[in-house]
Design a protein around this ligand. Sequence first.
Ligand SMILES: Nc1ncnc2c1ncn2[C@@H]1O[C@H](COP(=O)(O)OP(=O)(O)OP(=O)(O)O)[C@@H](O)[C@H]1O
Ligand SMILES: [Mg+2]
Length: 322
Amino acid sequence: MTLLDVRELSVGFSSLYSSIKVISDLSIHVDHGEVFGLVGESGCGKSLTAYSIMGLLPENAYAEGAVFFKDKNLLEIDREELRKLRGKDISMVFQEPMTSLNPVLKVGYQIAEVFMAHYGTSKKEALSRAVELMKAVRIPSSELRVNEYPHQMSGGMRQRIMIAMAIACRPSLLIADEPTTALDVTIQAEILQLIRNLKDEDNMSVLFITHDLGIVSEITDRVGVMYAGRIVESATVSNILNSPRHPYTMGLLDSLPTVKGKPLKPIPGNVPRPEDLPEGCRFSDRCRFAMSDCHDVEPELAEAAPGHLARCIRAGESLWHS
Ligand SMILES: Nc1ncnc2c1ncn2[C@@H]1O[C@H](COP(=O)(O)OP(=O)(O)OP(=O)(O)O)[C@@H](O)[C@H]1O
Ligand SMILES: [Mg+2]
């Protein structure tokens, strides 16, 4: 059953002189108890998608389309209702843990504040619940560390604090925006395991944002690949990894560091700026399979195989499996 249903979301920025669209007609859904991965290189629009769902877009941004969470369109409900949902039913682990933690407040108090704000819990009770949560996210000596400030903790521990805050109210949807990017591989594996456990214990749904298909393979059930503000491919994780249909996804796979001998092969060039998109397919200027008709019209997101969508006019052909 669907918990989050984003329908034809477009996001842009307008100023007095110009208006620029950075996300175009994005449709994704996240079912109860599943991890949906949103993948793409830097600047594709992953974080803005998350902010649109959370109602946290910058002042000069606009959003069109619909974001249904259960039966409510989050783009239309009033601010107060959204504020109540946020942190309680839907919560987010932000890309930059240091900027989202308050440097002058003890970590335990910051977790406790979530309970105080949403349930009116007393400070004493909230602090003891904070210790419980810190244990749940496997922070050693939680009873002592509850009194530490963020700067006294390592990156991995701070990220656990962020996760503890995000899951404090047992949300039905957790949005995790690159939650492990700044961490080394061992800690990254531990955080992924932690998110998997939380999902299994609470049947929580997760929108997992990353640029790394390696991480996607470890934690997600279904995947949406984003390029220059658009979904270019979506399918189950095994189809994305084993039979990708869009050359961009293939490029991301080829650029993964792999086992010995196989060099990593980055996709040449960069994601185009939103004001600088190529004609036709947005990926055509970087695509090793591009032909002249790829520069004519932008392809629709179409079914290339059952349940497998791709935005490429040759997605149904097998020319790149040679
Ligand atoms: N406040 C803003 N004003 C104008 N443009 C913005 C603003 N915030 C983001 N953008 C543009 O929107 C696009 C998408 O940004 P977004 O932060 O969502 O990318 P991302 O996929 O999360 O990238 P990263 O992997 O680096 O976090 C980028 O082209 C960016 O320049
Ligand atoms: Mg981002």
